[in-house]
Design a protein around this ligand. Sequence first.
Ligand code: COA
Ligand code: AMP
Length: 629
Amino acid sequence: MRYSEVYSGWKDDPEGFWMEAAKSIDWDKPPSKALNDEDAPIYSWFDDGMVNTCYNAVDRHVDAGRGAQTAIIYDSPITQTKHRISYSELRSRVASLAGALRAKGVEKGDRVIIYMPMVPEALEAMLACARLGAVHSVVFGGFAANELAVRVDDCKPKAIIAASCGLEPGRVVHYKPLLDGAIDLAEHKPDFCVIFQREQEVAHLEEGRDVDWHAFQYGVEPAECVPVEGSHPAYILYTSGTTGAPKGVIRATGGHLVALNWTMKAIYNVDPGDVFWAASDVGWVVGHSYICYAPLIHGNTTVVFEGKPVGTPDAGTFWRVISEHGVKSFFTAPTAIRAVKRQDPKGEFAAKYDLSCLKTLYLAGERADPDTIEWAQNLLNIPVIDHWWQTETGFAIAANPMGIEPLPVKIGSPSVPMPGYDVQILDDAGHPLKPGELGAIAVKLPLPPGTLPNLWNAQERFVKSYLTTFPGYYETGDAGMIDEDGYLYIMARTDDVINVAGHRLSTGAMEEVLAGHPDVAECAVIGVSDQLKGQVPVGFLCLNAGVDRDQRDIVDEVVGLVRDRIGPVAAFKLAVVVDRLPKTRSGKILRATMVKIADGDSYKMPATIDDPAILDEIKDALRTIGYAG
Ligand code: COA
Ligand code: AMP
């Protein structure tokens, strides 16, 4: 079949399309219908089906006689460890962990926070929750205690599963003190914590609250899979919004299974048994969908890689892993390829490995710049596929459907909408624009299965953030256009979210931290272009009258504050002191103009600007830190 036929087949009969896709999932009770639109614009999918995610990701492959196949390859150049876990082993390990959680009171619907680095136990913890119908929320290891505490208070976990430490090149990340700090900060206290002790750092366990990962599983009854409703939340994943409070994106069980399973062939062109690798982190949506769930649901082998594109030990790590484990489809962020390219521009490392197993490279998480795509294409001599999606959607909104029909690649475009997504470009008033015209990218409701049905405990925020600006549509927060051939182009965010090394961050959250410094009267944070990371944050500080301390000390202090409050992942290292911020006459800070000045782009003087002279002051301040041309 051709892509156009598949897409129009979906458009003609969306429910039929997804009911057909649902047949590839093993249901305890198959759904009688696909979409529930009774509470529109809040929609849900496969409500009356009963199903278990862990059964579909693990047990069913064992039951089908494929228990000896490798489910997970763990490859950690940081610890120089490699091992394989078969589907049978995975089932025993997950059933035992789930049994131990259940013995301590975790049941269907209870929340469990997972705070772990890239070790297979992170996936096992996710799957153990899914086995019980418990709702996990994985928190990325690069966040500080305060961010963890915010999530604890929002989702109120019964348990937290954490590792004793994470490992960054040259640095041990002390997870346990971060966890203890977060629990102290949070109002909600979990009943217990499970600590996976790593040999690189054995953490102190708090008597009465903490249990050891291995010890607490001793002698427990393994847990069977608990069937849950299709609409039951599989997990909550917090992501950055405009303010400091992260949004708890909910993923519903049935749609998650159906949509992810569909993507593995249609987009990533792998068959059960093939090795698939997403080099991301379990703390991000890419890690949820494409390190853990989709490859396992589809019966693939997934790679858990604990390392960096460069420096662990060199810029050849990706190619070694691909060659050694026979990876067929590889997914990473453009920033990772830029890091490799910067260290090995001629591709000498890649030349050392037999990469004939690799058929396609997929990029997402941020804009893929043409240089990076072309470099990778020339190096690997395979299609390099940009695709566009978000934490909210859980799978690609636009992609090149390699397993249906490889379409011509247009560099700079993540290609075409996937079935399920009726993508439109709208003007400010919500009217569809013509091909080639730039506007807000919106998706006609309902969104497909697998996308967020709501925000955790925040339906009002869900409606306000996504469904209000353009009634009848989901507002993606991205701006762009569609060309005459139906290819999408993603140009920029329409909100204060920035993308640093493929990590989604809120400038609003950083501003809240800066504003908390006693000497700061007012501040702004913008994302400026960076050759490696795509964007990096830069802070502007206006100090309180009478503050005459050395400004460098204040800058150092705010940099430290963001690291302590949000975490190293914010990569907040640059700030400047200015007398005033450019604003409109109604007092709105002109962040977009500041970004243009920093990037050396041309800009129109905003008609509503209060005092144009301030822009020169901003330019001068930016020059002191190497920006603004
Ligand atoms: N736990 C703790 N700290 C972490 C972390 C984690 N899981 N991940 C990153 N950090 C820290 C880093 O150590 C760094 O700390 P530092 O300020 O002490 O150096 C900081 O957060 C910023 O990290 P990052 O922006 O990732 O920069 P980097 O210099 O460590 O690495 C790249 C640069 C390009 C190699 C790296 O960003 C990369 O591999 N990016 C790929 C991104 C990706 O896969 N994103 C997922 C979306 S698909
Ligand atoms: P996240 O929720 O962390 O996955 O971030 C989603 C955001 O990252 C999107 O809204 C885009 O702004 C950006 N993004 C993701 N993939 C792409 C892509 N292929 N091209 C351009 N921007 C992207």
